[in-house]
Design a protein around this ligand. Structure first.
Ligand code: UDP
Length: 244
């Protein structure tokens, strides 16, 4: 398989923001209907496609480290609160995916033996080989990082062919300018890491981008919330923007 091609990659890491699990129609941090829909897409894709899928869930719908810092909370403590938020999301996603008949394992970077397995690289790979969807919780377990960077790290560790960054803001790829502010903004089908950085095009945090560049890990940016888009991204269809 050509690394960076759009043909169905066998092993993928999907980064899903915490906010993708929330919605404007629910006051709760997690909208069960949204989780159900995403879980349905994930389970169906795993059944139909030759796929080994790992998912890194964010926690921004519950807590972000920088929010607490602004309120005087110690940054490392606030980041830990954010990582614990991702565990809540991971359990919600696990529950919904498993109800569709797709086996999953939550692997947490912060040990909590009663609710999730610890993250062990070789165990993650074994689960994938056995057809289980792996849900990474608690990011990489270190404060001062994001789940974007954690997703990139885990993708490299488990030798995934690609990192899928699903957006939830309605923007379906990388544009020459912010499409919500500039009507002439153009979407790129493909963009090089160097151009992304030099043009300051923000799709993920810079640490994640440079990590992927240094480790030759392509990123597909696509609209996670668009009908059928997750299935198409997982199938390797030419949607969104490929960064490589
Ligand atoms: N976080 C962290 N280390 C990690 C991953 C996450 O400290 O390895 C914390 C950080 O405070 C972050 C929060 O967890 O703000 C939630 O993650 P993120 O903001 O990446 O979630 P998303 O925006 O994707 O929902």
């Amino acid at each position: 398989m050509v690394v960076g091609s759009r043909s169905p990659a066998r092993r993928l890491v999907l980064k899903m923001s915490g906010e993708a699990l929330a919605s404007s129609s629910s006051e709760e941090a997690i909208d069960a209907a949204v989780v159900e829909r995403l879980a349905g897409d994930i389970a169906a894709a795993c059944e139909e496609l030759p796929l080994e899928l790992a998912i890194m869930v964010g926690g921004g719908n519950i807590w972000r480290g920088t929010t607490g810092e602004g309120q005087g909370i110690d940054r490392a403590t606030s980041d830990t609160m954010g990582m614990l938020g991702t565990v809540i999301n991971a359990l919600a996603l696990q529950d919904a995916v498993e109800r569709r008949g797709q086996p999953t394992r939550v692997l947490s970077a912060i040990h909590m033996a009663e609710v999730a397995e610890p993250y062990i690289r070789r165990r993650a790979i074994r689960h994938l080989e056995k057809g289980r969807v792996v849900i990474f919780a608690a990011g990489m377990g270190n404060p001062y990082f994001t789940t974007d960077t954690s997703a990139a790290l885990r993708a490299a560790e488990i030798e995934a062919q690609m990192l899928l960054k699903g957006t939830h803001s309605g923007v379906d790829g990388v544009y020459s300018a912010d499409p919500k502010l500039d009507a002439s903004a153009q979407r790129f089908d493909e963009v090089a890491f160097m151009d992304l950085v030099s043009r300051d095009l923000r799709v993920m945090d810079l640490t994640a981008i440079t990590f992927c560049r240094d480790n030759q890990l392509p990123i597909l940016v696509f609209d996670l919330m668009g009908p059928g888009m997750l299935r198409r991204a997982l199938a390797g269809e030419e949607i969104g923007t490929l960064i490589r």
